[in-house]
Structures are given as C-alpha cells and as structure tokens.
Design a protein. Structure first.
Length: 574
C-alpha cells in the first residue's frame, strides 16, 4: 500500500480523554476513532490488525477441530428468561422491544442461543463431541467503559461452545482449547499467564483465565513465587490465619455509643481501635433467605467466594431488609442475637482470630465490644458455615507459600459449564444405553480487540507502537528519505520486489521530510523499516532497521529482498 493513498490519520498530541498508553497510541496512530462512549470505529490499519488476530484465532480453532458458525447479534429475550441470566447480567445486557412487542437482547455472549441450536440439532451421543465457534460482535452496556477497547461496550469476541456426552469428554476438549489458547496468544506475540478463575455468572465447575501481566490491567493476579499457584483475586485461596487460644475471661459484652459511625474506617478512628478488632457484618440475600456474612474488619468480603460458600447467587440485601432484620439503620448490624433470624451465617476464618471483638449492636448509633465468637454468636451448627470468603492480601500465604500480586488484562477465559444451560434449555441426547441425558458443555471466549490493545500496552516505547510481526498492519515500511528520481526508483523497485514476494509493505511515498516519515513509521509501529537515502544509495545500499532495536544495518541493494524475507521468517518464529 502507498502511504499517500492510505487513510492513516496520525496525531502528535496525546488525546486528553485517553488515560493509558494503548488507548492514546491507538488514537494517535490512526488505528481507531471514538464514535460514542465505549464505541469505536476501526480505520484501515486498525482493521488490518484486527483481521490478523481474527485469522490467527480462526486458524488455530480450525486446527483444533472446532467448526465455525455465525449466530445472530439480536437474540430473543425468552431464551435468557429460561436460564435466568437476564437477571444475572442486569443492566449490562442491552435489550429492546421490537414493533411486534417482542423483547430482544443485544448479544453479550451466546450460551443460550447455541444451546437452543443444540437442543434442536443434537439428539444422539453419536453427534458428540462437537465444538462450535463464532467470531462476532458482542454488546455489553458496561457500567464504566474505559481504557479504549480494553473495556468497550461493543467488541469482537471469539466464542466457542462444546457439547459432550460426559465430563471426561468435556475435560478432553477443555484441554485442547487450553492448549489452543496458548498457541493463539503466543502467535499474537503476547506474554501471558494462565490463572485459575471463578466462573462467575457463566456457572459451571472449572475455569482458567489467560491474562497479560500489565500495570494498567484491571484484574489482579495472585501467585506464589515458585508459580505453583496462580489465580485471579476473585478466586485466590488463602491459608486460614492461626487462631489464638481464647482467654476464658473475656469480659461481658458492653454497649458503646457510636453516633453516626457506620463504616469500619469511621468507627475505628472514632474508638481509636485497630480495624483487626472489628467483626464486619454484612447482610446478603440468597433467594428468599437472608445471609449474614462476617469478616475481620481489616479484610474485604470476596463476593465470588461468598457465592460459592452460599451455594448460589447472592446479592447485598436492600436497606429495608437490613432494617427489618436488625431493627437498626444500615451500618449497625452485628451477629449477636441474629443467628435464629437468618437462613445462614457465613463466617470467614479471620473472624475466629478475634478475642474481644467490636461489632454492630443491631441498634442505631450503637456498637458492642468484648464480643467472643462461639460465646456470643454461634460458630458451629446447622446454619453456620466457616469458610474462606475474603480477598487475599499482602502477607497472606497459600499452602504455606507467600502470595504475591500483580495486575493483568484478561484476554481469554475457558469454562467447564456442565449441564447448567442444557438442563434449562432442554438440550438432551439419547446415550448409548438409550437413556436421555442433558449435554455436558464447555465454553471458551477470547476478546479480539483486547488482544490488540494488550499487545500495544505491553510492548510500546516512547516513540509509539511496537507490533509483534504476526499482528502488525504491515510487515515492512519503506521510507524514501529525500527527493530525487534515483531514490524514488530504488524505493519503488524494493516495493515491487517485496510485494511480489508476498510481503505486506507500506511505501511512504508522501511528499514529506524524512523526519516526519520516521516519526510516523515509529508511531504506527511497523516491525521492519527500510530507508533509502542519498548517502547509502551512493554505496548502492539500503538501511534496514527493526522497530524494536536502534541498530541500523546497511544492506547491498541486491541482497535486500533475501535479507527482508529472512528477517520476517525469523521474527515470525520467535
Ligand atoms: P471482564 O471480567 O473483563 O468484564 P468477562 O469475564 O465478563 O470480562 P467473558 O464473558 O469471559 O468476559 O468474555 C470473553 C472475553 O471477551 C474476555 O476474556 C475479554 O477478553 C473479552 N471482553 C469481555 N468484556 C469486554 C469488554 N467490555 N471490552 C472488550 N473485551 C471484552
Ligand atoms: Mg471472563
């Protein structure tokens, strides 16, 4: 392609509303433009990059035996009502009523639709295992779209869904997909980390996330130094803290007046007591039941762990329910006296380290002190669950090993779904033994746009983007530096030779100074630059430079083509 004819609107200034390098560079390099909050249009070089990623994903999925399909972006709400996920997705799921009064969903994912297809088309064990995938637009009305396409509202996802007769077959395909994801991210030039993950609103029994370690990532990865364990913070387990032997002579409970002191921060400052001495009490709703969750004041409840401990969907109770339960304003709840009034009490291990704790008095503007777990509220019994339900923090260990933390970007996730969707949507098959069973399912997602942004975010330098060659918009940029027929002719010859050899070349034939061209070449990040200037041309040479290196190599004109082909091959196989 000739630069003079291409729409590559580069910009010098850093766009004001772009907070992180990848977002700034995608705008500055003319890759994309914002159309509305969380919605972007890709310009020619941006679309070239996306297509490269899509091609890699498609190639590896096909090699793994998956079959490509295409499902609609507008889905019937009825299917979502059957699985109950219209509720789970909440406001993130955009929907509209059509002219016939039917409710439609803008696909945020496609488990419901693919299971509906399976329900109709798969009847026998002979048709499985089967793995179906699509690469298509998804829409999620994210609460806070940000960081450009890292969290946008509309994005391209590769989503696949596998159907099996049993868990063993699911495990086989899960492993194939896991390995396929490793190949995909490696081919895209990304350094990734695989972590154990919660399956969240997807449901199911097992999940891994593929994460790109990066300071601006929104996910927190928790790992042991020897890498024997790595998990998303939503899932990361911690060893229970040592429980100190309780003194038998903990004084009796005493009421303390704490007007308007509701949060742990407020009350610990007010009483000049360490947050460690508080029993934080939160009221949740799980179906028709109320659930009390207790954690030590210096820790945070982990909603995913709490959901697992509760054995089902769980959400914070509303103000009215809390007032009704405790008889007090929100902020003064405590476990003493509430055991018989709730469905479950879920107590984090950390609470058991407390000897004479402070907690809400279930009376507006009052707390109580000298609260001893086991004496003043039950720590065993039918409705009591002791579990790990808090977030891991600095200083925690897991299986005796110190936990470390870093941020990351989730680019893909694989799930063992089990029969959650097939049971609800009636996707059954006739097994060998002539019994009818629900299909066992797996699902596997990749964020195409996030791969692009992650590659930029982790590889850029002060001059701009540094593309891995496999997803670069062009492999080579030719920069004729300086005017003159000879320079033009030499540049045109290399352009023609390389293009004929199948290389993707951008020829910067603009009528601009060398400096301007070099700046743009660096900004848009083409991996190999060939410069044709008067000086080297006098020696019948071109100058070849890799974007990621500063060294410039003089190559005789006659060898340029062979040298470039060889360099591309080398970069591709790194
Ligand atoms: P997140 O936790 O970041 O919101 P998710 O776990 O909800 O993502 P999945 O349902 O697992 O996402 O979707 C599969 C993939 O789609 C993710 O791994 C991610 O790469 C991509 N993805 C999800 N949401 C977005 C978004 N808002 N913008 C861009 N890519 C996204
Ligand atoms: Mg995910």
């Amino acid at each position: 392609m000739r630069y003079s004819k291409a729409l590559i609107p580069t910009v010098k200034e850093v766009p004001a509303d772009a907070e992180i390098p990848s977002h700034q560079l995608m705008l500055r390099a003319g890759i994309m433009r914002k159309i509305a909050s969380g919605t972007y249009a890709y310009l020619p070089i941006g679309w070239r990059v996306l297509k490269k990623v899509i091609n890699i994903v498609r190639d590896e999925m096909d090699k793994a035996g998956a079959q490509e399909i295409l499902m609609p972006a507008v889905q019937p709400m009825e299917l979502w009502q059957q699985t109950g996920r219209n509720v789970d997705y909440g406001l993130t799921m955009a929907h509209f009523t059509d002219r016939h009064g039917r409710e439609n969903v803008l696909a945020p994912t496609a488990e419901e639709v693919v299971t509906y297809i399976a329900a109709n088309e798969i009847n026998s064990y002979k048709q499985m295992p089967v793995n179906l995938y699509q690469i298509s637009f998804k829409f999620r009305d994210e609460f806070r779209p940000r960081f450009g396409v890292l969290r946008s509202r509309e994005f391209i996802m590769k989503d696949s869904y596998s159907f099996h007769t049993d868990n063993e077959s699911l495990s086989d395909t899960y492993k194939v997909m896991y390995d396929t994801y490793c190949k995909i991210f490696a081919r895209c030039g990304l350094r990734y980390v695989i972590v154990e993950a919660e399956s969240g609103e997807m449901g199911g029994s097992g999940s891994h996330q593929f994460t790109i370690p990066c300071d601006n990532g929104e996910d927190v990865i928790v790992y042991t130094e020897d890498s024997s364990y790595a998990a998303n913070i939503e899932k990361a387990a911690v060893d229970a803290l040592p429980v100190v032997a309780k003194t038998k002579n903990c004084p009796a409970i005493e009421e303390i007046h704490t007007p308007n002191q509701k949060t742990i921060t407020e009350i610990s400052a007010f009483l000049k007591e360490n947050a460690q001495n508080f029993i934080k009490t939160l009221v949740y709703k799980s179906g028709a039941d109320l659930v009390l969750a207790l954690v030590r004041g210096d820790f945070e409840i982990n909603p995913e762990k709490l959901r697992c401990a509760a054995g089902g969907t769980i959400e914070l109770a509303d103000e009215a329910a809390i007032k009704n339960l405790t008889g007090a304003e929100v902020g003064f709840a405590g476990p003493v006296g509430l055991a018989g009034k709730v469905g479950k009490i879920i107590i984090d291990h950390s609470v058991l380290t407390i000897e004479a704790g402070i907690t809400g008095a279930n009376k507006t503007d009052y707390h109580i002190k000298n609260v001893l777990p086991g004496r003043d509220f039950p720590i065993e019994g039918n409705n009591v669950i002791i579990a790990d339900v808090r977030n891991a923090v600095e200083g925690d260990t897991y299986k005796g090993k110190k936990l470390l933390f870093k941020c990351g970007i989730e680019v893909g996730q694989v799930f063992k779904l089990g029969t959650k969707y097939s049971a609800k949507l009636n996707a059954k098959f006739l097994d060998k033994d002539s019994t009818e069973k629900p299909c066992v399912m797996g699902c596997y997602g990749i964020g195409i746009n996030r791969i692009v942004a992650s590659a930029i975010e982790t590889l850029y330098d002060k001059d701009g983007i540094v593309w891995p060659i496999n997803i670069a918009p062009f492999e080579v940029i030719i920069v004729p530096a300086g005017a003159g027929d000879e320079i033009t002719a030499a540049a045109e010859k290399i352009y023609a030779d390389l293009t004929a050899a199948g290389v993707e070349v951008l020829l910067d034939d603009r009528d601009a100074r060398g400096g301007v061209k070099f700046k743009d070449a660096d900004l848009i990040g083409i991996p190999i630059r060939i410069t044709i200037g008067a000086k080297s041309l006098a020696e019948n040479c071109a100058e070849v430079k890799l974007r990621r290196e500063s060294e410039i190599n003089k190559i005789p004109m006659a060898d340029v083509k062979a040298k470039i082909l060889q360099t591309i091959e080398k970069l591709k196989n790194e």
